[in-house]
Design a protein around this ligand. Structure first.
Ligand SMILES: [Zn+2]
Ligand SMILES: [Zn+2]
Length: 259
């Protein structure tokens, strides 16, 4: 200000000086105001800048927060989905397990049924075997009994035939003198009647001539008394087939006659 005054080197009056001073004062005031205004504007600007920055920071933070939130939500969603998938898997596994258990139960039931059938078949087979064995035993016993009966009948038939034969022989080869079967059969050639050698000899010795046959009274002499070979041979052959009592009696007769 002083410099500016020195440049205007023209002398000034009191009024002029007063005016200048007044002007200077006015200028000073104006400048002060201007400065104040400037300061105000600057402060406001600074405030605004600060505000803007704060907003930017807040926005940034909000954005970061949003991003973080969205990431978190995404993670949460992912987790939820994972949980849902896991739950589905668990359900599947449980279903599989249930099905498996049911299948096992079915298999067990089937197995039990098969086992039972097998046991029944085995029992049937055993029963069949026992029955077959019993039938076989019975058939064998029946057969044996039949065979025994047959043998017995054959034996009885044989015995009966033999008895009949013996009866015929006893009748046809009976000596009329002793009423036994001929012992050392002897025949009279004059009439063909036969006797025991012992009996006809005693009969002949006990009588004086004329001698006659004890059966038919035909005369005979010592020359007519002959052995009867066919009769002797036949009796020798049937002797061991005679009934026990008949044979015993015959042997006794032979002993009595010292033969
Ligand atoms: Zn006799
Ligand atoms: Zn005679």
């Amino acid at each position: 200000m002083k410099n500016s005054n020195k440049e205007n080197s023209k002398p000034i009056s009191m009024a002029e000086s007063k005016m200048v001073k007044e002007m200077e004062k006015q200028f000073e005031i104006r400048l002060k105001n201007e400065l104040k205004e400037q300061e105000k504007r600057t402060t406001s600007k600074l405030f605004k800048i600060s505000q803007d920055r704060e907003n930017i920071v807040r926005d940034d933070f909000q954005k970061t927060l949003d991003v973080a939130n969205s990431v978190l939500q995404a993670k949460e969603r992912e987790l939820e989905e994972q949980k849902a998938r896991d739950a589905a898997k668990i359900e599947d596994l449980e279903e599989t397990l249930r099905t498996t258990v049911e299948k096992n139960a079915d298999l067990n039931t089937l197995n039990e049924a098969l086992q039972k059938q097998l046991e029944e078949k085995q029992n049937e087979l055993v029963a069949f075997g026992i029955e077959a064995e019993e039938k076989l035993k019975k058939a064998k016993a029946d057969h044996d009994a039949t065979m025994k009966t047959k043998d017995k009948l054959i034996q009885e038939s044989k015995d009966s035939s033999r008895r009949e034969l013996v009866q015929v022989l006893e009748t046809e080869f009976e000596c009329v003198i002793c009423n036994e079967m001929f012992v050392q059969a002897t025949i009279l050639s004059s009439c063909a009647h036969a006797f025991c050698s012992h009996c006809i000899t005693e009969w002949t010795n006990a009588r004086a001539p004329p001698l006659t046959c004890p059966v038919c009274r035909t005369p005979y002499n010592n020359g007519n008394v002959k052995p009867f070979p066919m009769g002797r041979s036949l009796l020798d052959k049937i002797e061991d087939k005679l009934p026990v009592d008949t044979l015993a009696r015959r042997n006794q007769v032979k002993r009595d006659r010292r033969l």
